[in-house]
Design a protein around this ligand. Structure first.
Ligand SMILES: [Zn+2]
Length: 103
């Protein structure tokens, strides 16, 4: 893949990238919020009890490196911990993102 040129410091994208990078680390976030988290495999995937629905089996798959998640029972899914936090706290993505970043 061709290497992209660096983003100009005052661009909108630069600000967005900077904000996404200020999200807490996915692994520490998930270790704090999930119970019965299994050992991650080589690609970073681990199973846990899904706190979004009343889970009794380990239905939730989370990637501790990237932060994306998918629940095989209730179908909740997302690409980062802000999406997970929104589903967990029953708020919208923007509110959850800002709550995580301001911590
Ligand atoms: Zn679930």
């Amino acid at each position: 893949m061709a290497k992209l040129p660096p983003l100009p410091v005052n661009s909108v994208h630069y600000g967005l990238v900077k904000r996404f990078k200020s999200l807490p680390d996915a692994e520490s976030y998930y270790r704090q919020h999930l119970s019965k988290l299994s050992q991650p495999n080589a690609a970073g995937w681990a199973n846990a009890l899904c706190p979004i629905h009343g889970d009794r089996n380990n239905s939730l798959m989370v990637n501790l490196r990237i932060g994306c998640f998918k629940c095989m029972a209730c179908g909740a899914s997302g690409s980062n911990i802000a999406a997970f936090h929104a589903a967990l706290t029953n708020t919208d993505y923007r509110t959850a993102f800002n709550a995580l970043v301001s911590k």
